[in-house]
Design a protein around this ligand. Structure first.
Ligand code: IMP
Length: 431
């Protein structure tokens, strides 16, 4: 049976949680395949916001199975909190034995490195994500299965000299590490997680044999933050494209039926790094206010820019996207006009920069100038529209502009924060 993957097509915070929550109604299983508590997927249920950082956005539906795969880095305190929400909702959760544990030392190292970088700081969420994935690359990750007993905890902390090396780096950063026994005591608090552990790869393989079973795989962050395809070095440390799903579960097309990218109707980014269409003017301040553009994990204000079409074209290609879902279109209602970035020019030569890939060179970056056009807004609110034909002509023209520039169909449009405020086009091929 098919797997559908949903990923962010920009720099994260595109509204994936709401889309996954909406689609979760029509699937049996929702699965999270990458990242950690650096993500914050906010859903609005009965007018109340719920932010999930680790468990998939399907946990709010009774009886739905939610899977956390082996490539996810887990802060056990966050897990325990979200498992409580799942229990209340009556949903089921299976955590992979091999999913990684973010030790407190990883957070200290993350913070120490950011301080060390000074004005070149990446702007990480300081959740220990990068150092935790490094331990995986070094084949000495601390896994959820290592929480099972004190003996297993001690063995895992000693594996490949893990504790000693991490404590050394914390000291080098000028901080005092938790001592070995303190970490053991900390880890023992989470032994109860073992009742949720299992082999998720085997489970997914079995589910795929079951007729009529649909799996929705929920990405975290966005393609532009992917560790390989994103805007390095200010990226996250995991694959936030569908490759993250394929590499951890060993499932590829054609079983992987469709990958949809979620893109906001404008662009935001938290942290440092390139952002060609960034604006700092009355319009960007209005969008920040209307869109409540503050990080759901860190509370930091998000940088705001115009919809960047070359960037989206790049993300569709490098992220292997079949289609797009545009969110927050309602926030562009009632404006004088809407800025859209349609290309980049070399400042001095006036030549077009052919692809966003060229921009990964810092030298090129220093010399490019985004080209903007202004397109029409629409006067009436659209948050009650539930049918594509009910959208005003200018809103449909905005969607057409995206489809024509990017070459992918827009299969859905988000028109408000509520669960059902999403319009599916007749053509939507998901389920
Ligand atoms: P890290 O993932 O905490 O190491 O941070 C690396 C970069 O990714 C920083 O610029 C973060 O702001 C960004 N980042 C990580 N997770 C998210 C997310 O869920 N939304 C938006 N940006 C994120």
């Amino acid at each position: 049976m098919p797997v559908i993957v949903i990923v962010g097509a920009q720099w994260g915070d595109e509204g994936k949680g709401k889309v996954v929550d909406h689609l979760a109604q029509s699937v049996d299983v929702v699965l999270r395949f990458g990242g950690g508590a650096n993500a914050g997927h906010t859903l609005v249920v009965n007018g109340k916001p719920v932010t999930l950082r680790l468990l998939p956005s399907g946990i709010l539906y009774p009886k739905k199975l939610n899977i956390v795969g082996p490539y996810v880095v887990c802060d056990p305190e966050v897990l325990v909190r979200e498992l409580r929400i799942s229990k209340e909702a009556g949903s089921a959760v299976l955590l992979d034995n091999d999913a990684m544990v973010v030790l407190p030392l990883f957070k200290q190292i993350d913070e120490g490195r950011e301080n060390e970088r000074g004005c070149h700081a990446i702007g990480t969420t300081k959740n220990g994500i990068g150092p935790c994935y490094e331990s995986h690359k070094a084949r000495r990750e601390f896994r959820l299965r290592d929480l099972e007993s004190e003996q297993a905890i001690r063995r895992a902390l000693d594996r490949g000299n893990l504790y000693a090396d991490l404590a050394g780096e914390v000291r080098f950063g000028g901080d005092e590490p938790m001592d070995f026994d303190e970490i053991v005591a900390w880890a023992k608090k989470f032994s109860g997680l073992k009742e949720y552990l299992g082999d998720t790869r085997e489970m997914v393989e079995e589910l795929l044999e079951k007729p009529g079973c649909n799996i929705l795989a929920e990405g975290a962050q966005g393609i532009m933050l992917d560790e390989d395809q994103g805007s390095r070095p200010d990226n996250t440390a995991s694959n936030s494209t569908q490759a993250g799903f394929s590499k951890s579960f060993g499932i590829y097309p054609p079983v992987l039926k469709h990958t949809a990218g979620i893109a906001k109707a404008y662009v935001t980014r938290v942290g440092g790094g390139v952002m060609p269409s960034e604006m700092d003017n009355e319009w960007s301040r209005l969008m920040q206010d209307r869109g409540k553009e503050f990080g759901s994990v860190t509370g930091r204000p998000r940088r705001v820019g115009a919809l960047d079409l070359p960037l989206l074209r790049f993300a569709c290609r490098r992220g292997g996207l079949n289609s797009l879902i545009i969110t927050k279109l309602d926030l562009l209602s009632g404006l004088h006009s809407i800025p859209v970035c349609v290309g980049y020019l070399y400042k001095s030569t006036g030549l077009r920069v052919p692809t966003f890939a060229t921009l990964s060179s810092n030298e090129t970056l220093a010399n490019i100038k985004p080209q903007f056009i202004e397109v029409d807004s629409w006067s009436q609110p659209i948050d009650k529209c539930r049918c594509y034909d009910d959208l005003p002509a200018a809103a449909q023209a905005y969607i057409n502009l995206i489809e024509n520039s990017v070459g992918k169909p827009v299969i859905g449009v988000g028109v408000g924060p509520e669960r059902d405020a999403i319009i599916w086009r007749n053509t939507h091929p998901l389920f």
